[in-house]
Design a protein around this ligand. Structure first.
Ligand SMILES: C[S@@+](CC[C@H](N)C(=O)[O-])C[C@H]1O[C@@H](n2cnc3c(N)ncnc32)[C@H](O)[C@@H]1O
Length: 325
């Protein structure tokens, strides 16, 4: 199979935002090459693993490649990328050269290349992500998430995912019913189930993510605790009674936890729906928010009846832990 490889030449500062955006546009995979990774101060307290890049990228710059199926409308995607790169100024992010180019590549060129960089990583007090092909001996209290993200977002190493995993470790209680909106590889759904949730509904718009999430649920033996559905946000609940939802989707409404790692603009579209499916005092874990959007998202959540209990930050990303008041 052939893929469109879209390359954006930018800065390290803007690389996370751009890679996240490419995932949102439906990239089957995104790679980021930066310079000077070894020289930079990195937090290794949780066993994070960093690789010296073999490239000639000058200090502070970065090359991001997104892979899109040959069925996608590549000229529309290139235009959207250009608009997004130009808009980064508004968020006070320097996009540097910001060039966008495209070429055709074979699947073998990239589909497995990233695997050499994906190693077991302890992301929180108890949660460790382990690629299925790696050997790893966990400590007795460790919870291991077996992952083969394939072409869906969610290896666990992206700041927005690890922020969510840490938040879920704080909030998920045994017996909870949980909804994971924008499940990607299913990593947050699997983590919630392994943290003791009675049932998790994992939702994604992208059929590739739905099949990847199903596969990861199976790899972790969580089939009785996680249901994966293709849906645009929470539309799957529209026209369903609570009884129907419980019998077809596995979760008992209203649920105690909703988690969503999606860009802020999408988060703002379904705050009312989340409020409706959450029980009183239920918790909404929201990630995918770039620093400059934090205030806007908090204001809307508070207007709609949520209290912000906690805010955690990593790199330029923010996770909010909100409570239905
Ligand atoms: C940033 S990824 C998060 C993946 C995973 N939950 C994680 O934390 O690593 C966002 C996911 O949201 C999905 N998504 C985007 N828009 C959506 C929508 N309108 N409805 C459902 N899922 C959506 C994308 O397909 C993608 O898998």
């Amino acid at each position: 199979m052939q893929w469109h490889e879209i390359t954006i030449y930018t800065t390290e500062e803007a690389s996370e935002a751009i890679s996240h955006y490419m995932h949102e546009l439906g990239a089957g995979g995104v790679s980021i090459e930066e310079s000077g990774s070894l020289d930079r101060e990195r937090d290794t307290s949780l066993g994070q693993w960093y690789e010296k890049p073999l490239n000639n990228i000058p200090e502070g710059e970065a090359e991001i490649k997104g892979y899109f199926s040959d069925l996608s409308d590549v000229s529309a995607i290139v235009d959207q990328c250009k608009t997004f790169v130009a808009s980064l100024q508004e968020f006070e992010l320097d996009a540097g050269k910001g060039t966008v180019s495209v070429r055709q590549v074979d699947e073998e060129d990239w589909a497995t290349a990233w695997k050499q960089y994906y190693k077991p990583v302890r992301v929180s007090e108890r949660l460790t992500i382990k690629p299925t092909w790696e050997q790893y001996e966990p400590a007795p209290e460790e919870i291991v998430l077996e992952m083969d993200p394939g072409m869906a977002f969610g290896t666990g190493t992206h700041a927005t995912t690890s922020l969510c995993l840490r938040a879920l470790e704080q909030v998920v209680q045994p017996g909870d019913h949980v909804i994971d909106v924008g499940t990607g590889s299913g990593i947050l759904a699997v983590a919630s189930a392994k943290l003791g949730a009675a049932h998790v509904l994992a939702i994604d718009l992208d059929p590739v993510a739905v099949s990847s999430a199903n596969e990861n649920v199976r790899l972790n033996g969580m089939q009785d605790h996680v249901t994966v559905r293709e849906s645009d946000l929470l539309q799957v609940f529209h026209d369903q009674t609570e009884e129907q939802a419980s019998s077809t989707l596995g979760v008992r409404l209203p649920v105690r936890v909703v988690v969503a790692n999606i860009l802020a603009d999408i988060i703002l579209r379904f705050v009312d729906d989340v409020h409706q499916v959450l029980q009183q005092d239920g918790v909404y874990v929201i990630s995918g928010i770039i620093g400059s959007k934090e205030a806007e998202v908090c204001t809307v959540l508070e207007q709609k009846g949520f209290h912000i209990d906690d805010v955690q930050r990593e790199e330029d990303w923010v996770v909010l832990i909100a409570r239905k008041g």
